[in-house]
Ligand binder design. Structure first.
Ligand code: ADP
Length: 259
């Protein structure tokens, strides 16, 4: 059975730009808040181009060795196991490094040689120089608003990429995404998007991250599974956004006004 085409609703020509970067053989940096569609865009791109997708969710322990590979002891033997970057380079796949700024700085060595004209990897532990197969593309995502002071991408890294900013779409498009993604009524989609716009505009809430399209999709799914819309917003939108009792109450009030 063939896999269905991932649903991605382009907001401002970003899918076209991403496709062009792939065809031009350039690495791509997707900037945007959590839940703004970065991963979905990459899935759609992989499907369209017919190239496999290898995703790495980076965290503060992700190292160059994790990306490249390591020797493992199996039985009495030592066997080499390719890491995701090596596999992607051999296969000619899209390598998606999600939340790249979280990873350890030593991954830059890997990125820089893959991202520039060399398109190669140096596997020092194997003494192998690997040229990325045609079709290989490095794609990274980065959330500029998140822990800004602690983690920012260095100019020498970011200037190797073609970069696209993803933001939350306008109300009609966001409602279309929520309705298409969940099959909910246009009325519910509109109500959820209205709530999101209200929350995004109240800066006094001082949220670390504001409500994303992902949270609206979750709320609509809870309603589809039988929950009352306000209760669904409480568990799918309000509680994930804050632990502060006062802010939770303020968000609940906004839910009551919107739905
Ligand atoms: P990110 O990678 O930016 O954190 P995702 O790509 O995982 O976000 O998006 C979260 C969810 O939001 C998706 O699973 C999808 O339901 C929905 N979504 C957000 N933006 C879009 C879009 N432009 N087209 C289709 N779905 C979207």
């Amino acid at each position: 059975m063939s896999t269905p085409r991932p649903y991605y609703r382009a907001v401002a020509g970003e899918l076209d730009a991403a496709r062009t970067a792939s065809l031009a053989g350039l690495p791509l940096l997707l900037k945007g808040p959590t839940g703004s569609g970065k991963s979905r865009l990459v899935e759609a791109l992989s499907f369209e181009l017919g190239r496999p997708l290898i995703t790495v969710a980076c965290n503060d322990e992700t190292s160059a060795t994790d990306l490249l590979g390591r020797w493992l002891v199996k039985g009495g033997d030592t066997v080499w196991q390719d890491g995701p970057a090596t596999r992607a380079a051999r296969l000619g796949a899209l390598l998606y490094l999600d939340e790249i700024a979280e990873a350890r700085d030593d991954i830059l060595v890997v990125l820089h040689s893959l991202a520039d004209h060399r398109r190669e990897l140096w596997l020092d532990r194997r003494d192998e120089r690997l040229q990325a197969a045609p079709g290989f593309q490095l794609i990274a995502s980065y959330n500029p608003g998140y822990r800004r002071a602690a983690r920012d991408l260095k100019p020498s890294t970011r200037q190797r990429f073609v970069a696209l900013s993803l933001t939350y779409p306008g109300p009609d498009v966001e409602a279309e995404i929520v309705a298409t993604e969940t099959g909910c009524t246009p009325k519910l989609a509109k109500g959820l998007v209205g709530l999101a716009h209200k929350i995004r505009s109240v800066h006094e809430l001082a949220l670390n991250e504001t409500v994303s399209t992902r949270l609206l999709v979750h709320a609509a799914r809870m309603v589809a599974a039988g929950m009352d819309p306000r209760a669904a917003c409480h568990v799918a939108v309000v509680e994930p956004l804050s632990d502060d009792a006062e802010i939770v109450q303020a968000l609940r009030d906004l839910v009551s006004l919107a739905l």
